[in-house]
Design a protein around this ligand. Structure first.
Ligand SMILES: [Zn+2]
Length: 45
């Protein structure tokens, strides 16, 4: 039996600006708890 990595284990949040769900990204690995918006554009509003 081969071990498969689950791609859908990534955590997700919902952007309060555009109301869209977004998934964890590598660039957020150290600040995920602080991430609120899906993109820089949403963050700046
Ligand atoms: Zn957004």
């Amino acid at each position: 039996m081969a071990k498969m990595k689950k791609k859908q284990d990534l955590p997700t949040k919902t952007c309060p600006r555009c109301r869209k769900p977004f998934a964890w990204r590598k660039k957020w690995e150290k600040v995920w708890d602080e991430v609120k918006y899906c993109s820089e554009r949403c963050r700046r509003g």
